[in-house]
Design a protein around this ligand. Structure first.
Ligand SMILES: CC(C)(COP(=O)(O)OP(=O)(O)OC[C@H]1O[C@@H](n2cnc3c(N)ncnc32)[C@H](O)[C@@H]1OP(=O)(O)O)[C@@H](O)C(=O)NCCC(=O)NCCS
Length: 201
């Protein structure tokens, strides 16, 4: 039935009506990656560059979201440092995040399309972090390459993934000297609680 069809949408958060903006914020909150009030999450979503959404029926309920974010410099630096990578190499990188499928819609292979919808039209180098195996696989399918070492997050071991829209995996852009410098500057194990800060941004 047409009502059951899923309609993908990509665009900017500000192009959504108020009800849709709140629905997206609720979904992001349900995903658990951001702790805070709906108003605070709406404020974060306003700062995103682009969203990919999935709706049931053309104007129906929003059941999936992924976002392209502009992370704060300090947050990005912490993330790359945690993975043992010199953050300067990715100074302006955007972040793919807020990937959530509504609880009652999970297991229908919807997450890959959401990641792909963001990844297929990137303005520049982009990264993502995750402790979730399904997300790792989705990022890999979308062309992201894993970079650096795992670090301990609140819920599990986090990994860093990057992509270069010029189709050159960021990992290959490192010279031998860069790799040696990265290895030499690898930080000690990150204390628990660090990930909370990372997830807050
Ligand atoms: C993580 C999350 C988005 C995954 O969505 P899901 O509905 O549970 O999982 P899916 O049905 O999309 O995936 C099921 C399988 O199909 C695969 N799949 C999904 N889309 C696919 C596609 N387009 N092509 C091929 N395979 C696909 C997935 O890789 C997965 O297999 P895997 O676990 O072996 O990798 C969802 O569980 C969620 O919202 N969790 C809470 C929020 C969260 O943790 N987000 C991630 C933050 S980093």
């Amino acid at each position: 039935m047409a009502e059951d069809q899923l309609h993908p949408w990509t665009g900017q958060f500000r192009d959504l009506g108020n009800d849709d903006q709140l629905a997206v914020a609720r979904l992001v909150k349900e995903g658990g990656a951001v702790i805070g009030s709906l108003e605070a999450i709406v404020a974060r979503l306003r700062r995103t560059q682009r969203l990919a959404l999935l709706r049931i029926a053309r104007r129906g309920r929003i059941v999936g979201v992924a976002a392209l974010k502009t992370p704060a410099q300090a947050y990005r630096t912490k993330t790359f440092t945690a993975a043992g990578i010199a953050a300067g190499l990715f100074g302006d990188a955007a972040e793919l995040g807020y990937v959530v499928v509504a609880a009652d819609m999970r297991g229908k292979q919807l997450s890959g399309g959401l990641v792909e919808a963001i990844a297929k039209d990137l303005p520049g180098a982009t990264y993502a972090t995750t402790d979730n195996t399904t997300m790792r696989n989705a990022l890999q399918r979308a062309g992201f390459a894993r970079l650096g070492t795992e670090w301990r997050g609140q819920k599990g071991d986090l990994t860093l993934w990057t992509i270069d829209p010029r189709d050159r995996p960021a990992r290959d852009a490192l010279s031998d000297d860069d790799r040696a410098a990265v290895a030499a500057s690898r930080p000690p194990v990150v204390a628990s609680g660090f990930n909370h800060e990372l997830r807050e941004t």
